[in-house]
Design a protein around this ligand. Structure first.
Ligand code: ADP
Length: 249
């Protein structure tokens, strides 16, 4: 494997909050085109890692490499413009706007390369056409005129995915996409993630291990801020240390 097989890499990534090391010397390689999971018990450092990768936090040590480029010194907005986008953060939805308006706002935020040079009223029509395409991709075409707040919980997450896709990410980071979902919503959102991840690279923090096993090619397990093990679902789920970590040992 050469470096260019990976869309996103952390090299020796560390973050200390005062004397407390929340993330310690984490190496992570996310293969281009794959869906990769970051899992681990509460407090393991998953959120801190996501924040470091998207440059919401600045690392104490180490590097973040995106598409073979060192992005450690860039800001979140610059990183998003390059195509590394975290869902449920940049793309928070506006509850009182319609689904169509939410996606239009995301498109107008200027990240989408095809619309970067359009800011006039004349651009509204192509924007709406693109927004409808995105709503259709996530199964919300028939709810285009519904306000975000009127959607079911599962459909709200689908709308958030549409606003993320509006930024045309090369690498998508999804933060607990099934959190708080009932059984009936988990399968459709899992299928949706699989579908929209095609042609991209996806890194996902997910607690539901059956979602992880069905979606993810590789899994990195964090514990106490360090990588405990990395491998396929079978590697990881049969690992004694992982079993202990999950049992609170
Ligand atoms: P996870 O997402 O795996 O549950 P986090 O990354 O949220 O873990 O947290 C890892 C550890 O870092 C926890 O012990 C948490 O209390 C600590 N932590 C996170 N953010 C801060 C902060 N801003 N200041 C101090 N400690 C923090």
């Amino acid at each position: 494997n050469t470096a260019s097989d990976y869309a996103l890499e952390a090299r020796g990534l560390s973050k200390a909050f005062g004397a407390f090391n929340a993330v310690k010397d984490v190496d992570l390689k996310v293969k281009r085109g794959s869906i990769h999971a970051l899992i681990g018990p509460n407090g393991a450092g998953k959120t801190t890692c996501f924040n470091l990768l998207t440059k919401t936090l600045t690392p104490t040590a180490g590097q973040v490499i995106f598409e073979d480029r060192d992005i450690t010194r860039l800001r979140t907005a610059q990183v998003a413009r390059l195509g590394l986008v975290r869902s449920f953060q940049i793309s928070a939805t506006f509850p009182h706007l319609t689904c169509l308006e939410n996606v239009r706002v995301a498109l107008q935020s200027g990240f989408d390369k095809s619309f970067r040079f359009w800011s006039s009223l004349a651009a509204i029509r192509p924007l709406d056409a693109r927004a409808m395409e995105l709503l259709d991709q996530v199964g919300l075409a028939d709810r285009a005129q519904a306000k975000a707040t009127e959607l079911s919980y599962g459909k709200k997450r689908a709308l958030e995915i549409a606003t993320t896709l509006a930024l045309d990410p090369k690498v998508m980071l999804l933060d607990e996409p099934t959190a708080g979902m009932g059984h009936e919503d988990i399968e459709p959102i899992t299928d949706l993630i699989r579908k929209v991840s095609e042609g991209r690279t996806t890194l996902i923090v997910e607690h539901n291990l059956s979602v992880v096993s069905s979606l993810c090619e590789r899994i990195t397990v964090l514990q106490h801020g360090e990588v405990l093990v990395e491998g396929t679902y079978d590697d990881v789920s049969s690992n004694e240390d992982v079993i202990k970590a999950y049992m609170g040992g």
